[in-house]
Design a protein around this ligand. Sequence first.
Ligand code: GLN
Length: 248
Amino acid sequence: MEQVLKVCWMYHDIMDLYGDKGNIMTLKKRCLDRHIGFDLHTCGIGQKDDLSNYDLIFLGGGADKEQISLIPDLLQRKENIQKAMDEHTFILLICGGYQLFGQYYIAADGKKIAGLGFYPYYTDTGKMGSRCIGNIVIDAQLDEMHTKIIGFENHGGQTLGVTKPLGKVLSGCGNAFDAGFEGFYDGKVLGTYLHGPLLPKNPDVADFVIYKALKKRNPDLQLKDLSPLTNPYDQAAREVLLTRMHIE
Ligand code: GLN
């Protein structure tokens, strides 16, 4: 295999809610099916690593307790993560991970934890006991790719001040109860509340992530250069959910 995707799954042992691991499994399968190598590393609290060496950094969702436990370690890596972003490492963040790239997160017990502060958005748990839970569909624009993304959300956090949302909510909550918009995407970082997990349910997004990550070492690569993969179950699963949610 001449091409290899180098991936770092951060805090894999504590940030893996609602099957977020499925995102890694999907990326691996879709790479190997194309004869692209998949070099997976994990990085836990206290582990030394240079994150700018990777093509893709993945950080999943987690409960407040886990988010609080990892934040001192994450904040120490701020400069290194900035370097990774500057050097075109693509970053995929789910739910709790997405929240921590903003200004701050106020947990359900009122504790305020500082985020990495890369973006102006911030997250407050809002009304105690109320959470955004359920299936969700958004209409998203990922560079030139326009698509409907489906998933499952379960978060108390209400994220406000998002300057570049990933998509418009067609069904579900999104960044907050009445936000109308979901996630964050600026070409370098894709943050979303969608578990499900996200990538098995949205193979086009999985391929988009692979493409963006490979681009670090192949700047001329285009999305259409990834050979198509056909799996009848992918499309069938999407259609079941979209029909159930009365979305065309
Ligand atoms: N603890 C955070 C919240 O409830 C994130 C949850 C998650 O990652 N699903 O908002």
